[in-house]
Design a protein around this ligand. Sequence first.
Ligand SMILES: NC(=O)c1ccc[n+]([C@@H]2O[C@H](COP(=O)([O-])OP(=O)(O)OC[C@H]3O[C@@H](n4cnc5c(N)ncnc54)[C@H](O)[C@@H]3O)[C@@H](O)[C@H]2O)c1
Length: 253
Amino acid sequence: MGRVNEKVVLVTGAARGMGAAHARLLVAEGARVVVTDVLDQDGEALASELGNAAIYVHQDVSEPTSWATVIAAAQATFGTLHGLVNNAGVTSRASIEQFPLDLWNRTLAVNLTGVFLGIQAALPAIRLAGGGSIVNVSSVEGLRGSPGLHAYVASKFGVRGITKSAALEGAASGVRVNSVHPGLVNTAMSERLDPALFPIPMGRAAEPLEVSQAVAFLLSDESSYMTGAEIVLDGGLTIGVPYKGAALEELFS
Ligand SMILES: NC(=O)c1ccc[n+]([C@@H]2O[C@H](COP(=O)([O-])OP(=O)(O)OC[C@H]3O[C@@H](n4cnc5c(N)ncnc54)[C@H](O)[C@@H]3O)[C@@H](O)[C@H]2O)c1
């Protein structure tokens, strides 16, 4: 039996990257998945690869009316909804003095308002199913600052916060809400970043599936006593002091 057998899960931004990896693993572990994205061709291709266990629905997560449509599609196709992965995200980079307001607003609209709208729409449906799990994708940039990523950092700190406030409201009715905080992961979003530039103790970026395993855990009953919690998957990037230029051997000599 799979880890998420018979569960119905909605994964946003799942046409490619980590979202697609989450959808594939969840189906392999027995779930039925609603894949949503703005990239219709990739989304349709993934859904047909996954067969009867998946449908694709076009969705811009920042669009409030889109949420009623995707929840209704989940219920109409699979009868219920047990889980939501708020994975859709965009990044943006500029110095704080040059940061365009429209870029700030768009980043917050997708990464933070999209998560808020998703929790708001999914909570009643998951309650109706008798309880379930919401996983919000934050980042290590929701745990610390990062130059140039002002809107992204603000949005990912926001995701971390709303995870805990929603967890407090969902707990009594059996709806758990947790966040995951990946470090550098090999997807289109990070393709211009060289892992060698970051002090990652494990010395490499993650593969999407390494994050999917934690997402599947949070959606499964294996995590039945976890809510409002944070899972960090960063190869050790945020656990200690990145000594400037000094090799570890020099510290001990
Ligand atoms: N790649 C990394 O290093 C990294 C690290 C930490 C966190 N994250 C987060 O992981 C999540 C997945 O990112 P990824 O690395 O797979 O990147 P990605 O760009 O491959 O995937 C993001 C997906 O979100 C979709 N999307 C963008 N705007 C959308 C919108 N308005 N509505 C619906 N879908 C939308 C994109 O079309 C794309 O399919 C994001 O929330 C990202 O911030 C990524």
